[in-house]
Design a protein around this ligand. Structure first.
Ligand code: MN
Length: 733
């Protein structure tokens, strides 16, 4: 329904004849002559003859395939308001149907009105118009066509009027067009409003589209060819249309994602029109076989139509070069309903005004108007706006301030909207006088009175109780702060314990040069940050204690001394010095570090300890990073070429497993380890019946890194197993 150069009555007559061969052509021509005569000499702000306006309105109605009564009313819609023609005269000339429509479209002037302000009078006019539309939906259809042409020519008005009219159109007329399912008018109205309300953003989107026009053209023909080949192969005949999405909808989408147009698929979309519902689904299947669908983006509005009766299949697929692009699939009937909504539906019926009153799109309007009885025009307009935004919920504070929320919002969102502290301490609230818990969803018109308590503070599960990102991020930052406070406490205690083990007191080391050096070494500036790092487990208290207690070296306690007797009795970390070689020099005693117990075949690194030989760590051991701050002590080590197959070549490795609680898990683990030619040396198992999970720590004997990997992979495939991990850097307490 693009803007027409200049509409002539002949264009309208021949257009209507196409879809209504039996129509009353005389009525149209008579209305045209009458309008031309009465509006003669009148000029629009554009400088054009006034008649251009009613002619274009009539043309828009003909595009919607309305009957000649509606179109005649379009030609005559300003006659009573702007010329000296009277209602009686019109009845004589055109009969009661056309006259009734035109009367309904005629505003009462403010001196006829019982309201004093222009705003109230306008609101009352609009309510009257909607009342008339319940009886005959053609009233609102003509009004929408009228507004559409006025918006197309809005540029000739003063800038303040442009913005005021654009805002009213965006708040009321476009949403009404949407509720009536008239996608074509809704889309054009929104784009026109966008230009006047956000001129710079509109220009930017326009120029970004223009820059990519050539690329869009290429993609369009390439994909059109591919899709039509796909359909033809399966004997489907479909019409494929590439289209530039509405600018306003591009703007909203990109704004929500905080980005600019980056490629053609941000604005290019495809529509496939096929012959039947079955073919819609068949086409969707073909598309999904060709390109992967993006999860969560498949919408079946055929099975579940939108409230405005819109039907289509929507999907977003990862197209060429992994660019996601949108496809809509529908039949021609669905397409007409998507474009013309209730108008398309209306035109199928013989007696439109009667049958359309059952339409859900009209019954919505009726219940809205019924509820508005007794309210002032202004209140009516406010409640209309509330109802026109189906994706938003409006709730009131006890003082009557209205706050808008997305559909998913709850009482807790409301509390956070009032104030962050109100949110943090919210224990529930009264909705319309009744006590409700935090998670209660907000409904339109709710009056919400929040209750708080000083004892209350946010919990982790609050994150799932709120529907707005704002509330969620406030809860998250509170929890983070809390966690840090707790981590500092824990970290301080951990360090205190370790420092005491070193024979010192925490007070003595705080602020010491060693402490300062340790802070710098770990890239921290304050002791509190160090405590937090310890509390979160990012740093080891043992390592830090060794660094900050004067006169000690990390080798003393961090590394396991090669005390064979002790190692043997502990069962784990058996000395395998025979299996290890120090490159170049062989004067060292070599032993395996207890923190990571590297397995034969693993990447290893040696560290010369003071008086105790060479400790061998796995390269991946987290302690390596901390210990090798004396780089000169690092020494190259490697696995000996052959050590036979005796026990000397075997290591003990501790595996941590998490699994869904099932009674047979221990048996399965044991079978698996045995099947891989290994043995379990020790085992600990715990189950958490509430969470229905269990965890196990199992020490197994392994030959080498490959053997370990096989065991772990096999365990990982057990039914119910969630994860298998090798324990590194285990504590020795
Ligand atoms: Mn008009």
């Amino acid at each position: 329904m693009g803007p027409e150069a200049k509409v002539r009555i002949e264009d309208i007559v021949s257009r209507v004849e196409q879809y209504r061969p039996e129509m009353d052509e005389d009525l149209l021509r008579h209305a045209y002559v009458f309008a031309a005569t009465r509006h003669q000499g009148q000029v629009r702000l554009s400088g054009e003859a006034y008649l251009v306006h009613p002619l274009t309105v009539a043309w828009i109605l003909a595009q919607m395939e309305l009957d000649e009564v509606a179109i005649a009313a379009g030609l005559l819609h300003d006659i009573l308001e702007d010329t000296d023609a009277t209602e009686e005269e019109m009845k004589d000339e055109f009969g009661s149907d056309v006259t009734r429509l035109v009367v309904a479209l005629t505003k009462i002037s403010s001196y006829e009105s019982s309201y004093t302000t222009r705003e109230e009078t306008e609101a009352e006019n609009f309510r009257r118009l909607l009342f008339a539309s319940i009886d005959d939906v053609r009233v609102i259809l003509v009004k929408l066509a009228d507004r559409l042409h006025n918006m197309r020519t809005l540029g000739f008005l003063r800038p303040e009027r442009q913005v005021a009219i654009a805002r009213e159109t965006l708040e009321i007329y476009a949403p009404i067009a949407n509720r009536l399912g008239i996608g074509s008018i809704k889309g054009e109205l929104e784009d026109l409003c966008f230009k006047y309300l956000h001129p710079r953003a509109a220009e930017r989107i326009e120029s970004e589209i223009e820059e990519r026009a050539a690329a869009a053209e290429r993609w369009y023909s390439k994909l059109q060819e591919e899709i039509s080949f796909l359909l033809q192969e399966q004997g489907l005949s479909g019409e494929i249309r590439g289209r530039i999405k509405h600018h306003y909808s591009i703007y909203r989408k990109l704004k929500a994602q905080g980005i600019d147009v980056s490629n053609v698929f941000d604005f290019l979309a495809f529509r496939i029109i096929v012959d039947s519902v079955a073919e819609c689904y068949a086409a969707l299947g073909l598309i999904h076989q060709q390109w992967s669908p993006v999860p969560g983006r498949i919408k079946d509005y055929i099975a579940i139509p939108k409230p405005n009766a819109y039907q289509s299949l929507h999907t977003t697929v990862l197209g060429p070069e992994a660019h996601p692009f949108e496809i809509q699939i529908r039949t021609m009937d669905m397409h007409k309903i998507a474009e013309f909504g209730i108008a398309a539906h209306w035109s199928y019926k013989e007696n439109g005004s009667e049958s359309s009153s059952d339409d859900s799109r009209i019954s919505w309007l009726r219940s809205l108007l019924d509820n508005s009885r007794g309210s002032s025009p202004r209140e009516f307009l406010d409640s209309l706006k509330v109802d026109l935004y189906p994706d938003e919920v409006y709730a009131f504070t006890p003082k009557g301030d209205v706050l808008s929320f997305p559909r998913e919002a709850t009482i807790l969102d409301f509390a956070y909207r009032i104030h962050t502290e109100v949110g943090h301490h919210c224990v529930g609230g009264r909705v319309n006088g009744r006590w409700v818990p935090l998670k209660t969803p907000l409904k339109n018109g709710d009056i919400v009175d929040i209750s708080t308590s000083n004892q209350q503070s946010p919990h982790h599960d609050w994150l799932s109780l709120v529907g707005t990102n704002k509330a969620r991020s406030k809860i998250r930052s509170f929890l983070k702060r809390e966690e840090k406070v707790r981590a500092v406490e824990i970290g301080r205690k951990l360090l205190e314990k370790e420092v005491r083990r070193q024979g010192a007191g925490l007070k003595r080391v705080l602020g010491s040069d060693e402490m300062k050096a340790a802070l710098t070494g770990h890239g921290l500036s304050r002791e509190e940050d160090l405590f937090a790092a310890l509390g979160f487990g990012r740093l080891s208290a043992q390592v830090i204690a060794l660094q900050i207690v004067p006169g000690e070296e990390p080798t003393e306690d961090e590394l396991q001394p090669p005390d064979k007797g002790r190692v043997a009795s502990s069962g784990a970390g058996e000395s395998i010095s025979g299996a290890l070689e120090v490159t170049g020099d062989s004067g060292f005693l070599v032993y395996v570090a207890q923190c990571c117990t590297p397995v034969r075949g693993e990447d290893i690194v040696g560290y010369v300890t003071r008086g105790k030989g060479v400790a061998v760590h796995a390269r991946s051991c987290p302690n390596v990073k901390n210990l090798l701050y004396h780089p000169e002590r690092e020494i190259e080590v490697c696995w000996a070429a052959s050590v036979g197959s005796g026990d000397r070549a075997r290591s003990h490795v501790e595996l941590d497993m998490v699994f869904r609680d099932s009674s047979g898990m221990l048996t399965s683990i044991s079978h698996t380890v045995t099947a891989e030619g290994s043995d379990i040396v020790s085992c600990q198992l715990r189950t958490d019946t509430e969470r229905e999970t269990g965890c196990a720590s199992v020490t197994v004997v392994v030959k080498d890194a490959d053997h370990l990997k096989r065991i772990m992979d096999h365990l990982d495939t057990l039914k119910g197993m969630i994860g298998v991990e090798r324990r590194i850097g285990r504590s020795r307490t």
